[in-house]
Design a protein around this ligand. Structure first.
Ligand code: NAI
Ligand code: SF4
Length: 450
């Protein structure tokens, strides 16, 4: 554990002698929270989660207790619980640590959530590429079933619920909750229009469904273990608990770090926990919440008022490492994937890489996303190939502006935001790129002519 971390979800992970088998987990107090939970009323579980203030760790930061409250319990239809383990956001590698290294923590969190919401059947939808992860979960589920932590009449409570592992097939859009639901139903993962109907009302098989991220469901175990109000003492109001940050890019020690929300700034995480930039290099930019969030320049300043009325005047490195800090700076913490870029970064090439990803992963259902993402990819690929034009910056922005807000799911915004923010913040680099290439072409032509 690095200095400054507060490991709760990752407490046992990477410890010598700790296996991912059920005996290891039980030796560390595993499944005690489930035993406590089944002695409580289901509505008490929901109240504890509400009191904890725990927010979704998948990307949107929506309060988990609130989502559970929105469940349509009057419909008389079965309720489903789905764990979103399709972790695919570029730069994100936190859920796989929890799945591969401590699968029982997730299973325990899920069975508590299932009991609290009186779920009829639960699913873990796991990214297709995590082949070993699916196998690990299936083995762990069998171990848990043998000890009656799931299945029929769980721990003699009279409550029964099974847990199914469903593998995806490698499509990013399956991580969008309604695309994921369509995929479990055996269809193409075309996201559904929401609002008006969110999965909590019409989800899997048109029944009320809770979709929560892996990390969120692991937190549920700790909420019940500590009690919601006690858990809420971790972090700060509105940003409770810990978060696992995936740090990649040009730092000395990239990796996954679990830090109490708001306990440090982005600068402290990068410079102290991650060992700072590579030798002789300076910070150029960070993408704070996976590639779907807006890029921040190292020399930007942000001023304004926080929700509680506190005035702030931050540089990038002063932004608090929580949900609301990046929002105040006009971006978002998303899935907690921090991509760090130093002054050696070719910003046009970085955007070309991001554009290629979103074009490849568009499901093709809406025209602005399908056509626009491809166009963005083609323009930046041409620029990188040596045919950049000065007007490309405006062209890229105009395409992105016509995608944002005109699509069925957030993939449209995820495609547009990087382009808009890269152009806004590094416009000069895009124009210089074209000028430099034009000068090089001219020099080459005159050499050939001579
Ligand atoms: P969202 O803001 O639409 O919804 C958040 C959650 O709250 C959803 O589960 C939604 O059903 C629920 N919700 C919102 N309003 C509701 C209401 N009135 N009634 C009932 N439920 C309601 O965001 P979304 O599309 O779920 O997530 C987008 C985020 O996902 C992005 O921020 C992105 O960073 C992240 N993401 C994460 C990935 C990963 O690998 N972890 C992959 C791709 C995107
Ligand atoms: Fe598919 Fe893109 Fe439309 Fe989302 S925005 S539904 S990914 S085409």
């Amino acid at each position: 554990m690095a200095a400054g971390e507060n490991r709760i979800l990752l407490k046992n992970v990477d410890q010598p002698g700790y296996g991912r088998d059920i005996d290891s987990y039980i030796s560390k107090g595993g499944y005690e929270a489930l035993k406590k939970a089944v002695g409580m009323k289901p509505e008490e579980i929901c109240s504890e989660v509400m009191d904890s203030g725990v927010r979704g760790r998948g990307g949107a930061g929506f309060p988990a207790g609130m989502k559970w409250k929105f469940l349509d319990r009057k419909s008389g239809k079965p309720i489903y619980l789905v764990c979103n383990a399709d972790e695919s956001e570029p730069g994100t590698f936190k859920d796989r640590q929890l799945i591969y290294k401590d699968p029982h923590q997730l299973i325990e969190g899920m069975m508590i959530a299932a009991y609290g919401t009186q779920t009829a059947l639960s699913f873990i939808y796991i990214r297709g590429e995590m082949y070993d992860g699916a196998r690990i979960l299936e083995e762990a589920i069998e171990e848990a079933r043998a000890k009656n932590f799931l299945g029929d009449d769980i721990l003699g409570s009279g409550y029964s619920c099974d847990l199914i592992v469903h593998r995806g097939a490698g499509a990013y859009i399956c991580g969008e909750e309604t695309g994921l639901i369509e995929s479990i139903e055996g269809k193409r993962p075309y996201p559904r229009i929401k609002p008006p109907y969110f999965p909590a009302v019409l989800g899997l098989y048109m029944c009320p469904t809770i979709v929560n991220n892996v990390e969120t469901l692991c937190h549920v175990k700790h909420v019940i273990e500590r009690g919601g109000k006690e858990y809420a003492k971790l972090g700060k109001p509105g940003n409770t608990g810990t978060r696992i940050w995936s740090v990649s890019g040009h730092v000395q020690k990239p990796g996954y770090y679990e830090v109490e929300c708001g306990a440090m700034t982005y600068g402290e995480l990068i410079n102290e926990v991650c060992g700072g930039m590579r030798p002789g290099r300076k910070l150029k930019a960070i993408i704070p919440g996976g590639s779907s969030s807006k890029v921040l320049r190292a020399d930007e300043r942000f001023q304004g008022k926080l929700k509680d009325g506190t005035e702030f005047d931050w540089g990038v490195e002063d932004i608090p490492l929580d949900f609301d800090g990046p929002m105040a700076a006009g971006t978002m913490s998303g899935s907690g994937a921090i991509i760090v870029m130093d002054d050696s970064t070719d910003i046009v090439a970085a955007l070309a890489n991001i554009n290629a990803f979103y074009a490849h992963e568009s499901c093709g259902q809406c025209t602005p996303c399908r056509e626009g993402s491809l166009w963005l990819k083609k323009v930046t690929a041409r620029m990188v190939a040596g045919e950049a034009r000065e007007e490309d910056a405006d062209l890229l922005k105009s395409i992105a502006d016509q995608i944002e807000g005109r699509t069925i799911c957030a993939h449209g915004e995820a495609t547009a935001w990087p382009v808009q923010s890269f152009i806004l913040k590094f416009r000069d680099e895009f124009i210089d790129y074209a000028r430099k290439q034009a000068a090089e072409r001219k020099a080459k032509d005159s050499k050939t002519a001579a």
